[in-house]
Design a protein around this ligand. Structure first.
Ligand code: 5CA
Ligand code: ZN
Length: 436
């Protein structure tokens, strides 16, 4: 399906070094090391209730990955999916008496608009589950023939993956079997389904039901795909048997990414499927988990309708580290708007402290597991020094006076580089996606 429209990204002088990211499988920060083009697959929306701030935060996280790779000189091959057929989508459409296809189209269109407003660089391939069904069915058949999958004998036509065919099962999430058994049913799994070989075996293909949409599956019989195989097949088809980053929110650590990896590794024989499994923290509202059932979702489109600057939304989400579960609050947004105003005033100054030093500092922070709070602090410092040095009424403001004196004393903040404000703005635009 169509992706969204991107913006031009300013070119910066020099290059950043290797991007280091926390890998959930190895439980440590390791450098990403793409041999050539860098490859990334990010789990996209199931198109209902989009785009809430949790979705936005996760998309911004992987947007930074793409930006840092590009800045390091890599070509980036980025694929994102849309789960445009799955139980939650059908349930929502039924609840609201709506055609599920229309719901999916509308929510996907809104998501694209929100991504553009937030200046997320579009993926090279934006792929729906529905358009991938022939490929998925083919791969499920391969798993069946290979003995890694089995069909239930209850006449439903449902096909499950046999996790005993994945000897490393559990390596990605590092969970004990007890923990897996607890989480599995909370995240779409069906441990109690009669006839399964293992309660944790995930669904690969759901045989057609009279009241549900279904597609021809060739020798598989009619039905629709399971969730984890969808992402495995889309990623393998467009990116090859192994990828540099598999991304999503930390709600996908298990079972989704564990099962996707197990499917992909069984299909290709190459392991690990992803060199880095990267997970963004969950965004909550005022200290509570943002969830549909609590009805406390905050939507990007709602904020845009209220004339909130999307750059302030982006900045507010970047003010916390991507891996931390964190809360959205009104105060966070207000602080981001003030920060943005300050940076805009500073970028309009005739000169400022070294732009090269600022750029090097931001590169240093972001290559260190995307330390965006650290990068934002550097921008604050640069802006404060610039405003202090350029303030006409410096004497009227003791704080600015002290800053100017400090800059002069230490020699760190000589604010006489006329090219610095432009490089400050370009750095924020290119690396953080914040356009002043
Ligand atoms: N379609 C599947 C992935 S294949 C899915 O999880 N869809 S979703 O609409 O529920 O979420 C879309 C993306 O946003 C996923 O990467 C998910 O992990 C992430 N996400 C969902 N809720 C939040 C949240 N509250 N905070 C941060 N990220 C979230
Ligand atoms: Zn996925």
């Amino acid at each position: 399906m169509d992706s969204w429209v991107g913006h031009e990204v300013p070119r910066l002088p020099g290059r950043s070094g290797a991007l280091r990211l926390f890998d959930s499988a190895r439980q440590a920060v390791h450098p990403t090391d793409p041999p050539g083009p860098a490859t990334m697959y990010v789990c996209g929306i199931t198109p209902y209730d989009a785009t809430h701030l949790g979705h936005a935060a996760t998309m911004i996280t992987f947007d930074l990955v793409q930006r840092m790779w590009r800045d390091a000189g890599h070509q980036v091959r980025y694929v994102q999916n849309v789960t445009d057929i799955d139980d939650p989508l059908l349930e929502r459409a039924a609840r609201d008496g709506e055609d599920w296809k229309v719901l999916a189209m509308r929510e996907t269109a809104l998501f694209r608009e929100d991504m553009e407003a937030l200046r997320i660089i579009p993926p090279a391939h934006y792929v729906g589950a529905v358009e991938s069904i022939p490929d998925i069915a083919e791969k499920v058949l391969v798993l069946l023939k290979d003995g890694a999958a089995y069909r239930l004998d209850d006449g439903t036509g449902d096909v499950y993956f046999d996790i005993s065919a994945a000897p490393r099962f559990g390596y990605e999430s590092n969970l004990s079997r007890d923990e897996m058994l607890k989480i599995f049913p909370e995240r779409g799994g069906d441990p109690d389904r009669a006839g399964k070989r293992d309660p944790l075996d995930p669904l690969l293909w759901r045989g057609a039901r009279a009241d549900e949409p279904s597609w021809p599956g060739g020798d598989l019989g009619p039905g629709r795909p399971g969730w984890h195989i969808e992402c495995a097949v889309i990623a393998l088809g467009l990116l090859g048997s192994t990828i540099d980053v598999q991304g999503g929110g930390n709600d996908l650590l298990f079972p989704h990414h564990e099962c996707s990896a197990a499917h992909a590794e069984r299909l290709t024989g190459a392991a690990p499927f992803a060199a880095h499994y990267v997970h963004a923290g969950m965004i909550g509202l005022d200290g509570e988990k943002m969830s549909k059932s609590r009805g406390n979702l905050v939507f990007v489109s709602r904020l845009r309708a209220d004339q909130v600057d999307p750059m302030a939304v982006r900045l507010a989400l970047l003010s916390g580290h991507y891996r931390a579960d964190r809360s959205w609050t009104e105060d966070l947004l207000a602080a981001a708007q003030q920060r943005l105003d300050r940076w805009r005033r500073a970028a309009a100054a005739p000169a400022g402290p070294s732009g090269e030093t600022f750029l090097a500092g931001v590169r240093d922070r972001l290559t260190d597991d995307l330390d965006s709070p650290g990068a934002l602090r550097l921008a604050d410092e640069w802006a404060e020094r610039t405003l202090a040095a350029n303030a006409g009424d410096r004497r009227a403001d003791p704080a600015l006076q002290r800053l100017a004196q400090h800059s002069a004393d230490t020699g760190t903040g000589s604010a006489d580089d006329p090219a610095a404000p432009a490089l400050f703005a370009d750095t924020l635009d290119a690396l953080l996606g914040i356009r002043l």
